[in-house]
Ligand binder design. Structure first.
Ligand SMILES: [Zn+2]
Ligand SMILES: [Zn+2]
Length: 234
């Protein structure tokens, strides 16, 4: 296993994913993955767990079956000022925080509005990663987003699920190519997220890898290849 962590996965707590934390951890161990991040959908996603779920992560062992585990969330961006559907007091307790646009939670705005939202989120010290910024239902100005990521030392995600032929986010390929080229130009780190909703998808980066190869993306800008550096930056 070349990769040291999958930074974006979901369990049954998210309401439309199908394995438990321990099933996912066991699968990670089986495929030789040293670490996994559980980033559950936050309360405004229909069917996901409530705030209380996120308040008790202290009881969960951070290592099991020889796999390091990070417990966090994929928070919903609720408006163009970058408001999230999780209070700061809870976000502070997360091992890892992704923030993303999701259709049930925010109507796509103009390119300027969507871009402004992501810039605000990137300036939020409690957020680590922008999840799937490649969704063309939410067009953004990638130059501005990449610069904001650089300025705030944040990660942009290359989401493998976005790139699946039956993926939910149209236009992802073109947007990701644009984002990757700008990340190379500005030295911004990306994370590879499988966005697994089932254990078989853990660390499935097959489509993402094709794009990385296509643009000759440098290994040193891929957070999943340097676990110590990644966790230090969280
Ligand atoms: Zn989901
Ligand atoms: Zn998402």
């Amino acid at each position: 296993m070349k990769y040291l962590i999958d930074t974006h996965t979901h369990t049954i707590a998210s309401g439309h994913a199908y394995n438990t934390i321990d099933e996912m951890t066991r699968k990670a161990a089986q495929i030789g993955l040293p670490a996994i991040a559980f980033t559950e959908h936050t309360p405004k996603m229909p069917g996901s767990c409530g705030k209380l779920y996120f308040s008790n992560f202290k009881v969960l062992p951070r290592e099991k079956f020889g796999v390091r585990r990070l417990f966090g969330c994929e928070a919903n961006i609720m408006d163009y000022d970058g408001t999230l559907d999780m209070p700061d007091t809870l976000l502070e307790k997360m091992d890892i925080v992704i923030a993303s646009f999701h259709i049930p939670c925010i109507c796509p705005g103009t390119k300027e509005q969507n871009t402004q939202a992501l810039v605000q989120v990137l300036e939020n010290p409690l957020v680590d990663i922008i999840g799937h910024p490649d969704d063309s239902r939410y067009p953004v100005d990638f130059e501005t987003v990449v610069r904001a990521a650089k300025q705030n030392n944040k990660f942009l995600e290359l989401n493998n699920t976005s790139l699946k032929p039956d993926g939910p986010r149209s236009g992802a390929r073109e947007n990701d190519l644009c984002m990757l080229k700008l990340c190379m130009e500005h030295g911004v780190m990306i994370t590879l997220g499988s966005d697994a909703h089932v254990e078989e998808d853990i660390c499935n980066f097959s489509y993402a890898e094709e794009l990385l190869k296509e643009v000759h993306f440098p290994d040193q800008l891929i957070a999943n290849l340097d676990l110590d550096r990644f966790t230090a930056l969280l």
